[in-house]
Design a protein around this ligand. Structure first.
Ligand code: ADP
Ligand code: MG
Length: 402
C-alpha cells in the first residue's frame, strides 16, 4: 500500500500558471493573454481583531489563486465568462451596471472587484477568465481575498492601470463587503497585496499601516494543519462576534479598542453581560499579545512567542468562543509534542469553527511533527487532516509567460 506523505507539497507558481493556461484553452478554445497570481495568508497571531482596530501578524503563504484571462474586443455588450477549476463551474454575467444581484455564488467576489473598477471610471471590455487555486476554499486561509486580489491584478493588466496598493486592497475588501456580504476586516486583502518573501506583516488595522517583521531564520517554519471541517452553525457567527464587539465597546464608552485596558473591563465585571466582557477580554488581550509576539519574533525569542500563540488559542476558545473540538484536538497534539519535540507554539487561525491551525515549528523536524499530528488527529476524530509547511511568500503579481 502506498504510504501517504504527512505533508502536502505546495504546487509552484509555474505549475499553477500552466494549469490555468491548459484549463483556459480547454474551456474557451484559444490561449489566454494575461495571468495574475495572489496568495492566501495565514495569521500567526492577532485573531478577530482586524475589525477591532487591533494589530495582526499575518504572512502570505506559498498557496495561490492564479487567473488566466483574455479581453475580447468586439462591439457587443461587455460580458465576463468565468470558469473556476476547483469548483468546476462556469458563470457569465454582463458588466454593465454591476450590482450584487448581477451574479451569484462565487462569482460575486469577482463581480465586486469589477464594480470597484467601474466606480473608478475604468471601461472594461468583455473578458474570459479561468481560475485555478492551491488554497483550500473556506479553510480560513483566505481563498476569497486571494480571488479578489488576483482578479484586481488581472484587471490592472487588462486595463493597463496600476492601482495604489492600499487602494487595491481596500477595493477588494469593499467587494467582499458589498457583493459577497461578508463584513471582513482589512487583514486578508492587505496580506495578499503586501506579502513579502521572508517577512511577516505587523499590520496596524487602525492606521492601516504595515511594519515588516523579518522572518529570516531557516530553523523555523510555519506549519498549517487543516482540520478539514467547517461547522456551519447558524452561519452568522462572524457577524454576531462583530456585533458583540461593537456592543462591548459601546458599554466601555470608548471610541476605539486601542483605548481600552484590562482594568477597565474588570471594573465592569458583575455589572454587565458576561458574554460581552469575555469578548472584550479577548480583544484587548490579543492586541497586546500581537505586539509582544512581533517583538519576540524580532529577537528570535521562541519561548515567548510560543507562549503568546498558546495564550491566543486559549482566549479564542474560552473567551471569544470560536474554536471547536477538532481545532482543539490539533492544538492539543501540537502542544503535547511541545518545544522538546520541535513545536514552538500552536493555535487556531482564521474565523474559527473549523478550518486550520497555525504552528511555529523547527524546520528540521517538520516531517516528524506532521506525522504525529496527522495520525493523532485521525485517531481522535476519524477525520483525515491536510498539512503543509510554508515560508512567507510574495504578494500578488502579474505573471509574464514567454
Ligand atoms: P476563505 O477565504 O477562508 O477560504 P471564505 O468563506 O471567506 O473562506 O471564502 C471562500 C469562498 O470564496 C468560496 O466558497 C468561493 O465562493 C470563493 N472562492 C475562493 N476561491 C475560489 C476559486 N478558486 N474559485 C471560485 N471561488 C472561489
Ligand atoms: Mg475569506
Amino acid at each position: 500500500m502506498p504510504m501517504t506523505m504527512p505533508l502536502e507539497r505546495n504546487p509552484s507558481l509555474d505549475e499553477l500558471t500552466e494549469q490555468a493556461a491548459c484549463q483556459f484553452r480547454s474551456v474557451f478554445g484559444h490561449d489566454p493573454t494575461h495571468f495574475a497570481a495572489a496568495p492566501g495568508r495565514v495569521n500567526l497571531i492577532g485573531e478577530h481583531i482586524d475589525y477591532n482596530d487591533g494589530f495582526v501578524l499575518p504572512l502570505a503563504i506559498e498557496r495561490y489563486v492564479v487567473i488566466a484571462g483574455r479581453p475580447i474586443c468586439d462591439s457587443s455588450e461587455p460580458l465576463i465568462r468565468l470558469f473556476s477549476d476547483p469548483l468546476r463551474s462556469e458563470i457569465s454575467f454582463p458588466l454593465r451596471d454591476l450590482v450584487p444581484s448581477s451574479t451569484r455564488d462565487w462569482a460575486k467576489y469577482v463581480a465586486g472587484v469589477m464594480a470597484g473598477y467601474q466606480d473608478r471610471q475604468a471601461n472594461l471590455p468583455s473578458i474570459e477568465a479561468c481560475i485555478v487555486s492551491s488554497i483550500p476554499l473556506g479553510g480560513g486561509l483566505s481563498s476569497s481575498a486571494a480571488l479578489e486580489v488576483a482578479a484586481a491584478t488581472l484587471l490592472e493588466q487588462i486595463t493597463q492601470t496600476c492601482l495604489e496598493p492600499v487602494e487595491k486592497a481596500l477595493l477588494c475588501q469593499r467587494a467582499e463587503h458589498l457583493f459577497a456580504g461578508v463584513p471582513c476586516g482589512i487583514m486578508d486583502q492587505f496580506s495578499s497585496v503586501f506579502g513579502q518573501s521572508n517577512e511577516l506583516l505587523l499590520l496596524d488595522c487602525r492606521s492601516q499601516t504595515i511594519e515588516p517583521v523579518p522572518f529570516l531564520f531557516p530553523d523555523w517554519t510555519i506549519l498549517v494543519s487543516n482540520s478539514n471541517v467547517k461547522h456551519a452553525l447558524t452561519g452568522g457567527e462572524y457577524a454576531q462576534r462583530r456585533d458583540q464587539c461593537d456592543q462591548a465597546l459601546h458599554l466601555l464608552n470608548k471610541p476605539s479598542w486601542r483605548d481600552v485596558s484590562m482594568e477597565e473591563i474588570a471594573e465592569l465585571s458583575g455589572k454587565h453581560d458576561n458574554v460581552l466582557l469575555r469578548r472584550a477580554r479577548h480583544v484587548v488581550g490579543e492586541i497586546v499579545r500581537t505586539q509582544q509576539a512581533a517583538q519576540a519574533l524580532g529577537k528570535s525569542d521562541g519561548a515567548t512567542l510560543g507562549a503568546l500563540m498558546n495564550a491566543s488559542h486559549d482566549s479564542l476558545r474560552d473567551d471569544f468562543q470560536v474554536s471547536c473540538d477538532e481545532l482543539d484536538v490539533l492544538v492539543d497534539i501540537a502542544r503535547t509534542i511541545g518545544p522538546a519535540g520541535g513545536v514552538i507554539g500552536s493555535r487556531m487561525t482564521g474565523g474559527g469553527f473549523g478550518g486550520c491551525t497555525v504552528s511555529l515549528i523547527e524546520t528540521s523536524r517538520a516531517e516528524e511533527i506532521a506525522t504525529r499530528i496527522r495520525f493523532g488527529y485521525q485517531d481522535r476524530t476519524g477525520i483525515e487532516p491536510t498539512l503543509f509547511v510554508t515560508r512567507p511568500a510574495p504578494g500578488a503579481m502579474p505573471i509574464y509567460r514567454p
